[in-house]
Design a binder for this molecule. Sequence first.
Ligand code: FAD
Length: 345
Amino acid sequence: MIIIIGGGIVGTAIAYYLSEAGLKDITLIEKEKFLGTQVTQYCSGGVRHQFTTPINCQFSIESMKTIRELADQIDYKKYGYLILDMKEGITEPRVKMQNELSIASEILTPAQIKKRFPFINVEGVVSGSFYKEDGIADPAALLEFYEKGARKNGVKFQMQTKIKSLKDLKADWVILAAGIQSKELGKTIGLDIPIVDRRKYVFQIEGFDYDFPLVMEVPTGWYIKKEGNDALVGMSGKIESKAFEKQEESLEETIEASIHRVPEVEQKGLKKILSSMSDETPDKHAIIDSPLPGLIIATGFSGHGFMHSPATGKIVAALVKGKKPIIDVSELKLKREQIKETIAI
Ligand SMILES: Cc1cc2nc3c(=O)[nH]c(=O)nc-3n(C[C@H](O)[C@H](O)[C@H](O)COP(=O)(O)OP(=O)(O)OC[C@H]3O[C@@H](n4cnc5c(N)ncnc54)[C@H](O)[C@@H]3O)c2cc1C
């Protein structure tokens, strides 16, 4: 028997790929009435290849194969990602590493950025990188694809059931994909799973009725993204708290950064505010590890769990089957040296 704890995008992807790999007697246990109602429901839908570490790039390369295959079903749009760097010497090594992995991202000067994307104020930008295959897709549609596929393959979904402890579970394999709550569940068997308590706010700005790439700024983590005929803006920023009371402070900080980088934001209206806890690890890399026999942890996706869910599902299925996974995940162990990712939101 295989038990998956957590019906977010990660747990549901794992259920799908385990069942696709021919494994039987799989139950996904979810504490809520519906799948995807925790961090997954707040996902902005960004899918990108541009990361600063090879392991994150490899996750994107593998996952994007699936995202391309499902493009129509999950509304994958190649608007591109434009990453803006404020310091010298950051863009070049990043793009070199990506190009070596066959990600054809390109370096742009501030003048080239301004020419291609006139709505951006390039003040303070030293250089940037752009990759046209990056873009956005629909997280709810991918979740539905996994759920339908898993159910068809015989996976049982046990909803509204909260696992209180990992101690008493009887199964050949337990897959811990409980997002932020993986930390609490880890404690029940003495595991310290380092998820950082942090709330993120995303603001919807009305009226951006044209195509534009997802623009991100390093190191602030500020970004703007197309959302139908509107735009979403968000920021990692300075606000590191789980308090709802910080919403106003965060709004001010994010709107200020947005007006600076995209001056037309000032003329638009604010439509709604989304707020969610984030699923970050200190080094912004997921944890995929089997620290005890029969237990696999897949959590802490640090703002890229949607786009990396296909590779994650396939990797966990391989680990359960005792096969070599498509990516060597030894760097993603629970206990590790930090391998810092700087492009994270
Ligand atoms: C504002 C925001 C924007 C983002 N934008 C992007 C983006 O553009 N692209 C991208 O790829 N990623 C993005 N992310 C990150 C992405 O949404 C997450 O990495 C991903 O959704 C994590 O999925 P998960 O399944 O690990 O966690 P979750 O979605 O949190 O799922 C965990 C599930 O486990 C269940 N659970 C917890 N405890 C228990 C228990 N004890 N018993 C039973 N069930 C339990 C929960 O109810 C939940 O359904 C964003 C995140 C935020 C907050």
